[in-house]
Design a binder for this molecule. Sequence first.
Ligand code: AMP
Ligand code: ZN
Ligand code: FE
Length: 285
Amino acid sequence: MLDLQLHTTDSDGTWPWDKVLEHCRQMGLKAFAITDHDTIARRTDILDWARRKNAMAIPGIELSTRENDQSVHLLGYFLDGPLEKLEKRLTFLCDERNVRNKKIIEKLHAIGFNVTEEELKIAAGRATVGRPHIARLLLEKGHVKSISEAFERFLTPGGAAYFSKEELPLKEGIELLQEAGAVTSVAHPGLLKRNPDELEASMRTWRDWGLDAIEAVYPSYSEEQSSFFFRMAGKLGLLMTGGSDFHGENKPHIKIGTGTGGLHVSDALLEPLLERRKQNEHSRA
Ligand code: AMP
Ligand code: ZN
Ligand code: FE
């Protein structure tokens, strides 16, 4: 079993990276990837840990991108190329997140909630700050009873304090991650507001832009959805990834490896990804 989408306190998860990795190892997962939002700051630590423990821990990222007026999350794995250009773009995204968080907090203030930028800074530390941090503050202060209530009432599009964040065009994201030596996969494409025909057209375009894979196994997918993505991957020549999207207590119903219980990301998905990693390395050289 694999788990190729895991979040830690380096972005909006609640478990530190090493606790997540250790848990994966003890579960006996064959390979597991940390994919924190818009950061690769932990890459070296993850590689060192993997070497020390002789485990297949993969450094990754979930990059915030946009295509056709919708947010598209782009996963990148391995990252064994030059990283400077990517890091520069990540700094930009991080700065823009701070601008956006300030707007959300001002709006919450205007509605009558007392959440400050200072508190958010303390709560997030050096992490990529996201809406889940703000949701958690609202929860801890007793303004809401759950993270999902915070999202539904305030933080989701249409919610009272929602502001969109800066995202890179998907095409730029794919190129940027590939130059940085990543194998790329679009995260949870089944969550996009697109019907199957639109999804097929999208995936064809993404493949032509150089995308390697799609996330075909995901906790909230129905069996039809999963088999649709399996079929599409075969038809379009895309590889497949899968993951739980674990966020610790910020998504309390999701467990590492098993998602809501029935998730199973097959070991068979790993080899083609490793193969692609090698091929990409050759074409970069
Ligand atoms: P941000 O990066 O600040 O836009 O926050 C996005 C993150 O919020 C996603 O990666 C999800 O983990 C989380 N999220 C989005 N919608 C919800 C929701 N309705 N309930 C809980 N978490 C959510
Ligand atoms: Zn997240
Ligand atoms: Fe995501």
